[in-house]
Design a protein around this ligand. Sequence first.
Ligand code: UD1
Ligand code: UDP
Length: 355
Amino acid sequence: MKVVTVLGARPQFIKAAALSRAIKSDTAFEEVIVHTGQHYDDNMSDIFFDQMGIPRPHFNLAVKSSRHGQMTGQMLEAVEAVILDEKPDVVLVYGDTNSTLAGALAARKLHIKVAHVEAGLRSFNMRMPEEVNRILTDRISDYLFCPSQDAVNNLVREGFRNYPCVIHDVGDIMKDVALYYRDKAVKPDVSLPGSFVLATLHRAENTNDKSRLIELWNTFDEISRIVPVVIPLHPRTRAMVTDLTAGRGNANFIVIDPVGYLQMVYLVQHCDLVITDSGGLQKEAYYFKKYCLTIREETEWTELVGRGYNMLVGSNASKIFGALHKFRSNPSKGFDDDLYGDGKTASRILAALKA
Ligand code: UD1
Ligand code: UDP
C-alpha cells in the first residue's frame, strides 16, 4: 500500500516520528513524505528529522507560512501535483494545521482515500483556524483515527456514523512518541535553575491580540519572581514580544530559542509544572506526570481537565496565580496513565489501513 504523508508543522514531525518509523518497518507499506514547508527554521523543522530519525521528506513544497488562504491555496496546488504523480492508495494527514487541510482536500478531490490522525477533536470555538481545519478534514476523511473516546463521541454526535468512513479509537500517537523517547532526553544547552516552570505560547488567540499578549507576558514575569520560568519561544511569538519590556533584565525569566524534542522531554521531566497554550504539550505534561495550566478558554483534551491534571486559566492573572498556588501547594496525589491509549497507536493505525 502506497501512503503519501503530508506534514508541515512542528507537532506533525513529532507525530511522524512514531508513525513513519512503524511504516518503514512494515513491508506492506511504501511511504512518500511531503513537507509543505509551513515550518522552515532549522529548530522548527530539520532538528526533528535529524534527532528523531524521521525519513527525509521526498518533496519539500517550500510554501512558507503566510496568510491563511494564500498558504492553504499554494499547498493545495502543490500537493495535488505530487498526488497526481505518485498515485498513492491513501493520503495521511495529522492534526489541524493548514497543511492538514490542504493535504486532505487535494486527495479527496482526486478520489484518493484520506486518513486523518487525531480526528474528532473539537474546541467548539470556530474562531480558531485549527477548529475549521479539523472539522473540514474530518468530514472528507475515510479513516478517522481518534485519540480518545471523547473524540469518537464528537464524531458520532455530528452524524459521522451516517457517512462512508470508518472511526477508530486508536489512542494518541504522541503517547507512542513520549514513551519511546522518555529515556532518551537530552539536557538543553542552557543553564537551568533547579526548579522552574516550563512555559510555551504561540496560539493565534494569545499572540494576535496585543493586549492579551502583554497581559500574559507580564504574568510570566511576575511568576518568575516566585519560581523561574523557562520559555522555549515559538518564532511567531518571538516576533511579537521584541518591543515588550516585561522580563528584561530579570535572570529568572529565561527565554530561549525553540528546542528539539529530546531537549523538550528533558524540560518537561525536570520542571515543576507546565503553563502552555500548546495542544501537544498539555498531553506531554500528563505523560510525564506534571500539572498543567492551559492559557486558553477551552481545550480539546477535556479528559485532563476532568481528572484535575489540567486547569483552563485563560489569560487572567488572578486565575493563573490561583491555579499556580493550588498546584504548587498540593503535591501530586499521583497520576494515572490510562488516558489516550497504551502507546501502541501506530500499530493500530497500520492494522486498520491494512484491514
Ligand atoms: C501552526 C498551526 C498551529 C500549530 C502550530 C504548531 C495553522 C493554522 N496553525 O501555527 O495549529 O499549533 O503551527 O507550532 O496551521 N515562523 C517562523 N519560522 C518557522 C515557522 C513559523 O519564523 O519555521 C513564524 C512566521 O513569522 C510565521 C509565524 O511564525 O508567519 C506563524 O507560523 P504559522 O505556521 O502560520 O502558524 P503557527 O503559529 O506556527
Ligand atoms: N516542542 C518542541 N520544542 C519546543 C517547543 C515544543 O519540541 O521548543 C514540542 C512539544 O514538546 C510538543 C510539540 O512540540 O511535542 C507541540 O508543538 P506546538 O506547541 O508547536 O503545537 P501544537 O501541539 O499546539 O499544535
